[in-house]
Ligand binder design. Structure first.
Ligand SMILES: C[S@@+](CC[C@H](N)C(=O)[O-])C[C@H]1O[C@@H](n2cnc3c(N)ncnc32)[C@H](O)[C@@H]1O
Ligand SMILES: [Zn+2]
Length: 376
């Protein structure tokens, strides 16, 4: 049965989407997959790619390895004038048919369409002169099976963006599956979304290491069940990667990054949990975030993007975990005080503290847990 297509606008691009994808909670995979709720994720991609292209010197090509109906790639082709060529690939021929119609609807002529398995598509782009300036991997569930091919298909100095939606795995419901897919295990903690992003980057960094390149994270973002990381792929020049563990103590709330495997909390001596190996370095590059904030002004993206980016800027250089005001209130057995007040009090006590883009009711600080509890 032919599915009805409906015209909607995302950013400044007209999209034709299967009518069924606009109703109900989970969009159907047939005839082609489109999730209207991933708009913010695509908005952030448009901003990040615009910021990246500003300083990229090679051929400005974009490889969309799992394009669906091309919502991301045709937006890139239509909304970023600096992009030169966009490769739109999916295994679903119906999705590609719709993608071609969308490109015609927007008078976009920079797109090349292909129907290939994603790894095959990426492998076809692994020769130096065929690689993408920007490569995107946006699968159903885990991206881990595509990472090798995706890194090989990314220009040295190019940008690789990777989405993961396998929440149950990344949030610790299935630790064995997480270890298999991401080479690290999570802990179940209030800041589970940050651990998830760090596991994706940790895995990416380990795969990059095998291929003699390295990653430099520029931006990371989570909304709903979408986890997306943006990392530069660079020639390896030696040095150690920012890979380690996060120690989490359920007894006293202590949490911090560590290079060593420790099983005991250094504050209260209780048995502690360890997440990792994962990425313990920065999730954001401050100059890149500044450029994203500048680019956002001129793009048709959601208003909330700017607020999130400003929080990202404020938290660069902060430790790799956060505290929620609710968990602290629970530990103190009192009503939570406001986030702004909490941050102000910690700063007044001489520590660094900032809001975090990853949770509207949480903050980052270099103050240890015992100091935080006595300050608030
Ligand atoms: C989450 S959707 C992509 C959504 C799209 N990037 C967007 O922003 O709207 C995943 C897509 O991957 C395609 N797909 C699944 N397995 C694939 C494979 N092994 N190779 C290529 N495409 C695949 C599906 O047909 C589906 O369109
Ligand atoms: Zn402890």
């Amino acid at each position: 049965m032919e599915s009805e297509l409906v015209e909607i606008t995302e950013g400044s691009t007209k999209l034709l989407v299967p009518k069924e994808s606009l109703v109900g909670k989970t969009p159907p995979k047939e005839p082609a997959f489109f999730n209207p709720r991933a708009k913010i994720s695509r908005d952030f991609s448009i901003i990040a790619y615009a910021a990246f292209l500003k300083n990229f010197k090679g051929p400005k090509t974009f490889l969309d390895s799992l394009s669906g109906i091309g919502a991301r790639s045709i937006r890139v082709a239509n909304e970023l004038s600096e992009i030169e060529q966009v490769f739109v690939n999916d295994v679903n021929p119906k999705a590609l048919e719709i993608a071609e119609d969308i490109s015609k609807l927007n008078n976009v002529t920079k797109c090349v369409f292909s129907e290939n398995e994603a790894c095959r598509f990426l492998s076809l782009h692994s020769r130096r002169d065929q690689r993408g300036a920007i490569v995107d991997v946006d699968p159903f569930g885990s991206p881990s099976r595509y990472l090798d091919c995706a890194i090989r298909a990314t220009f040295h100095g190019g940008l690789l963006s990777v989405t993961a939606t396998d929440l149950t795995v990344l949030h610790g419901l299935f630790p064995a599956a997480c270890k298999r897919k991401y080479h690290g295990i999570p802990v179940r903690a209030e800041y589970g979304n940050e651990i998830a992003l760090r596991l994706i980057l940790g895995c990416l960094s380990q795969v990059a290491g095998r291929l003699d390149v390295k990653i430099e994270p520029l931006f990371a973002q989570n909304n709903m069940h979408y986890y997306k990381t943006y990392a530069k792929i660079l020639v390896r020049t030696g040095g150690e990667d920012d890979i380690g563990y996060i120690l989490n103590c359920k007894s006293c709330g202590n949490r911090h990054a560590t290079k060593e495997i420790k099983r005991e909390c250094d504050k209260c001596r209780s048995k502690a949990e360890l997440a990792g190996p994962l990425w313990t370095g920065s999730l954001y590059d401050k100059d890149f975030i500044d450029e994203m904030i500048l680019k956002e002004e001129h793009l048709e993206t959601d208003k909330s993007c700017k607020k999130i980016l400003e929080k990202c800027r404020g938290e660069t250089g902060m430790p790799p975990t956060y505290f929620t005001i609710d968990e602290l209130a629970h530990m103190k057995r009192c009503a939570p005080i406001s986030l702004a007040k909490t941050i102000e009090k910690i700063q007044k006590a001489g520590f660094r503290a900032s809001a975090t883009s990853l949770n509207p009711a949480a903050f980052k600080t270099d103050a240890p847990i015992d100091s935080i509890l006595s300050i608030i």
